[in-house]
Design a protein. Sequence first.
Length: 445
Amino acid sequence: MSFATLGLSDAILRAVTERGYTEPTPIQAQAIPAVLSGGDLLAGAQTGTGKTAGFTLPLLQRLSAQPVSGKAPIRALVLTPTRELAAQVEESVREYGKYLPLKSMMMFGGVNINPQIKQLHGRVDILVATPGRLLDHVQQKTVDLSRVEILVLDEADRMLDMGFIRDIKKILALLPAKRQNLLFSATFSDEIKALADGLLNNPALIEVARRNQANELIEQRVYPVDRERKRALLTQLIKDNNWFQVLVFTRTKHGANNLAEYLNKESISAMAIHGNKSQAARTRALAEFKSGKLQVLCATDIAARGIDISELPHVVNYELPNVAEDYVHRIGRTGRAGSEGEASSLVCIDEHQLLKGIERLIKREIPVVQIPGFEPDPRIKAEPILNGQNRGGGQGRGQGGGQRRPQNGTPRTGGPAPARSGGNTHAKPATAGKPAVHRFGGRGR
Ligand code: AMP
């Protein structure tokens, strides 16, 4: 299938071709005609599927097909959970709309409000905003949402996770009743269903395969290691394999900072990115990482959400996430849109339960690679992972602030970790100098 068959104008097709896309992704092939038809849409798609173009392209098409003369009102509103995502979506709007006479604006907190007020005095057809700052503008009466024709909630599940439901409801109350609503979410909790029920009118339903099930290009590996030796193992992996552009996930902001500091001491350039950092620091870290100047970016789940870096070669789970779905989000950062990627997880004895949960979710076992010299010490017992905190002082989860349940509803409470599939929990001795690939339980694949 080609983009040309989807009913998009030449101006949009030209921008898409220049971006280098030759055919629509599955979400685009379904969402574009659905949005063009003018109805509401409920789409189950996570980042990495091409969902942004899935709503941006038809949105641009609809607005440009009915131009407004004079000082145009804000006609489309896209709400996103994070500043990074707002910036990326707005960048896409600008890029795909570069041959159209439409103006877009991004709006998020953590930066001076005055330039935004000034920009709102000019023409803005499409506003991409995070809910909090948008409400600041509403309060100051610097934004008028009374003529919005299309509303997009992007990554709605994350917005709810981050506690934005009340803000969203306040914003909905300011929009005209007659409008088109598009809701994108990676997951469908009861809360999302309730939001969708109240918001959407007879929506088209689209769900694309989760990346974990669809994407065979991501090579996943588990590296068994003791918790105290993870830093050394990560250093060795990065140096031995000459990894560049490595996105490393930690459970806590504190952990991200510590790890970045350690790696820098080991002559590996690294920065931490999380909610406590200023917007300027986050933008700088991301830009240096994208350009390849920065070798490693250490991030918490929420900070990393919305970072759009295509063809990211390496994602490392320095610590496994408490919520199995987060594993899927994390590894979705690599092997995106057709390029190969590697997702490595450093797993200590405390995390065997979490690993089981992840494998259950992705419906496959992740091959285990034992790096010689890092074989876990069988005398070390599992310790609890409580509420996302590391032993020895994390600060809770990232910006999400502990609102999410750990997997299986309960935190781990210590005791020896159950052995995986048949007793022989740990690695077979590896042949000298060569990593062995095998299963924890000794079952080959
Ligand atoms: P998204 O899920 O919107 O974050 O997009 C994921 C990545 O896929 C981004 O880097 C896009 O630039 C890229 N992408 C989106 N649509 C296509 C397409 N039709 N062909 C190739 N790459 C695409």
